[in-house]
Design a protein around this ligand. Sequence first.
Ligand code: BDR
Ligand code: CA
Length: 317
Amino acid sequence: MPRRILIDADPGVDDALALALALRSPELSPVAVCAVNGNASVEKAAANALRILDVLNPSPRPPVAKGADQPLSRPRVGAEHVHGGDGLGGATELRGQNGSLRYPPSETPLDQRHAVDLILDAADEETVLAALGPLTNVALAVRADARKMRRYAELVVMGGAFRTSGNVTPQAEFNVYADPHALQEVLAAGLQLTFIPLDATSSVLLTPQTLAEARGSLGRFTRDISAQLLAFTQKAAGVNGMHVHDALVIAYLLDESLFRLEHVCARVETAEGASLGRTYHEAGGTPNARAAFEADEARILALLKSRVLSLQPDGDR
Ligand code: BDR
Ligand code: CA
């Protein structure tokens, strides 16, 4: 039986890769996609989720619902300089030879329910909640009914930087920095929680060489959404390749042995200042989560190559 998974995301280039990996993995059964403000506005994130599903054309097609349009108590922080003004590296403006948009707005409507209601409705022991953006929707669901949220088999969060430096400030990772209060409320709620933080995701790099070889319509889509981000990381950091952070949450759900995990007593800094959004392990504290500190780059890239980029047969993971 495939594992049921609800994906809360802010697509986002790496969110798109995560959705692609999830929907192309028979071990998983995505029940819904919820959009949250983050890399792009919640409107754009939701529209992108629908577009990505158009490219993937899954059957059955999970509903997409719109959630929070701003963090719980801080002003919005975006990542348009990284993921493009549209959240998908400008791909939504690409045109084919006949002049029509290559990835037009979807004709499938959004689910009428609020994302928080979908998250609450799906909460049961058989379902995993994958949080790939700021935790605003998840925290609002916890506020509404923490007991119900504890029914989730697991909440897997892409976020945090425990022993490594941040990617939005020297100390903070984007998803946590964008809504640190949301993480604080989620930590207090006592869910079965696993972090896939920068400590693990920074060691997996998808190179332009690999993307250039990608095949099929999904391969082309991946290349199209990644081009700007690759140029940005090359220019900003001199790095030849891009991190695929959110896709590692899906890789974890497919095979935990791809990661080295430790129990942690996770804390987040919510005071304004240089440490805002910092995640850390409180020495001597009672463990409240697990966190991944190493990732198997070769095997994770093999998964992406076989399932998303149509580059090599599955099986030699
Ligand atoms: C996280 O921040 C976002 O920009 C990415 O989509 C990912 O979820 C990485 O820090
Ligand atoms: Ca994301």
